[in-house]
Write a protein that binds this ligand. Structure first.
Ligand SMILES: [Zn+2]
Length: 229
C-alpha cells in the first residue's frame, strides 16, 4: 500500500499545499484528511469520480486537515451523487460539519470503520501528542497483509508503532516533521527523526507536513520522499 499525497506542506507553508493523502483499493477510495487545499486536488480526480465508495479518515480538526471537507462532502453528494463516509473517533467532526451547514444526510459518520470481510482496510486510531486543546489521532492502516503508519500532526511516534516497524509489521512510517525546533513543540522535528531512525531504516520513513521545502536535505539524510500528484 503506497500513499499518494496531494501536498506535503505544513499549515503555514501553502506553497507545498496541505499534507493530505489517499490510496485506492480496487474501486474504493480512501482519503486521509481534507485540508484547505485538498478539494482543489480531488474534485477532478478520476479516482474520486470512479470510486464506488469514498472514505475520508480524519486525524484532527485543524484547518489544514479539514478545511475543505465540507466542500468535498457537498460536491460528492450533490454533483457526483456519492454519499461518502467520514471516520473520526470523536463526533466533533459532525459538530463542525453542522456549523458549516453540511446536512447529516449528505454523509455517513463512523467513529471507526467496522471490521469484517466486507471491509478490506483497517484504520487503527492511536492518540498522539499534538496540541493541548484538541485530540489528534495517528493511524495504523492495514490492508492485504500490508501496514503503514500515518502520524497526523504529532511530536513523536508512539512506541508501539516503532516496535511494529522494527519487527517488520509496519513497513512504512509517514511522520509530521518540522525543520525548525520549538520550545513548545507541537510537531515532530528533523532532529527527532534523525535520532530515532538509523540511516538504513530511513528508506522506510517519509517526513510530511514540511514547514519549508527541505526535501533535498531529507533525501541527503536518506529519508524516503513521498509520491505526489
Ligand atoms: Zn494540527
Amino acid at each position: 500500500m503506497e500513499l499518494t499525497f496531494v501536498g506535503t506542506g505544513s499549515a503555514f507553508n501553502p506553497v507545498l499545499e496541505n499534507s493530505n493523502a489517499f490510496f485506492t483499493l480496487g474501486d474504493r477510495l480512501y482519503i486521509i484528511d481534507c485540508g484547505e487545499t485538498a478539494f482543489g486536488k480531488y474534485w477532478d480526480l478520476s479516482a474520486l469520480r470512479d470510486a464506488t465508495e469514498v472514505t475520508v479518515v480524519i486525524t484532527h480538526l485543524h484547518c489544514d486537515h479539514v478545511g475543505s471537507l465540507g466542500s468535498l462532502v457537498s460536491y460528492c453528494y450533490l454533483v457526483l451523487e456519492k454519499k461518502i463516509r467520514i471516520v473520526h473517533p470523536l463526533d466533533t467532526i459532525v459538530q463542525l460539519l453542522d456549523l458549516m451547514g453540511i446536512k447529516r444526510k449528505c454523509y455517513e459518520y463512523l467513529e471507526r470503520i467496522p471490521q469484517g470481510p466486507a471491509e478490506p482496510v483497517r484504520f487503527e486510531p492511536i492518540r498522539v501528542d499534538h496540541v493541548d486543546d484538541m485530540a489528534c489521532f495517528g493511524y495504523i492502516i492495514s490492508a492485504e497483509g500490508d501496514a503503514v503508519y500515518y502520524s497526523g500532526d504529532a511530536t513523536t511516534i508512539p512506541p508501539q508503532v516503532l516496535d511494529a516497524f522494527r519487527k517488520g509489521q509496519i513497513h512504512h512510517i509517514y511522520q509530521d516533521t518540522s525543520l525548525v525546533t520549538s520550545d513548545h513543540p507541537t510537531h515532530g522535528t528533523l532532529a527527532y527523526m534523525e535520532a530515532t531512525f538509523q540511516r538504513e531504516e530511513r528508506k522506510r520513513v517519509s517526513c510530511i507536513h514540511l514547514d519549508t521545502d527541505y526535501r533535498n536535505l531529507l533525501g541527503e539524510k536518506g529519508f524516503s520522499l513521498v509520491k505526489l500528484i
